[in-house]
Design a protein around this ligand. Sequence first.
Ligand code: NI
Length: 180
Amino acid sequence: MALLTILKFPHPILRAKAEPVTDFGPELAGLVADMADTMYDAPGVGLAANQIGVTRQILVYDPEPDKEKRAYQVVINPKIVVAEGEEVGEEGCLSVREYCSEVKRAWKIVVEAQDLAGQPLVIEAEDFPARILQHEIDHLSGVLFIDRISALKRALYKKRLKKMLLAEKEEQEETQGANG
Ligand code: NI
């Protein structure tokens, strides 16, 4: 088990557009296994490759909260081909510290993708799994859920984050000073 570092907003790689995967070899399988370990450890219900600094179109997700029933799905090179209905639901993100907000998403989607072996994969998802998939597919285009909330809410969050980061930095400097 290898845990990867999850990048946090405003890291620039979170804004990068991920490239399609063309090599479905053992290296990909290793990366995906590490991504799943990292997702469960966080804990989260989904993780996109940008979030661990890899700009490839790879995501893992598992909407099942029960530890005993864990079975994550690997989705490579996904494209949303059908999006129907609308639903507002609460979202957070492993890359966005201490923030949750309601986000409007399609209620049902159909995704065409590839599996870990490069074979075609079609996923039909509704409700919560559809929300996770839309959130993770957004990551692969450099889009975060905070881009889908009102400009005012986003501005308030950015202001709060700035304060949080500044307080963290000051705390670090104080600790270093005390140690030195
Ligand atoms: Ni996220």
